[in-house]
Design a protein. Sequence first.
Length: 141
Amino acid sequence: MLKQHWYVISIAFIGIFFGILAGAFFSLIHDLPQINSLKQFKPSSVTTVFSSDNKILAKFYIEKRFPVSIEKIPKNLVSALITIEDKNFYIHSGINLKAIFRAILHNLKARSYTQGASTLTQQLAKTLFLSSEKSIARKIK
């Protein structure tokens, strides 16, 4: 009889623990944008003001960007970027768990954020949707 009570209490605590974990996770991700929003993404670019005789009067911009298609980017540049930033880009699914655990251990040992583990996918998500704040909450998002 006592063993059954212990079994029921254990299952209840496990359920409560995972419920709290799921609640914390969903509270962190509830306000994240959907991946479909990337279909309408337009990076900021230069606004050019022309006169009536088609002469440039002014250019306004926060960041001077000129979007180009992926076909115009040299293959060697793409290869170099992937090699330097995320050598396992074609292997993982956007998150490199091995690199994350390595960085966690290294950062715990150093007692500060000294090493990152962001994949190119995570870096893009951070740039488009999040801040550059170094926090565990932002990393989970």
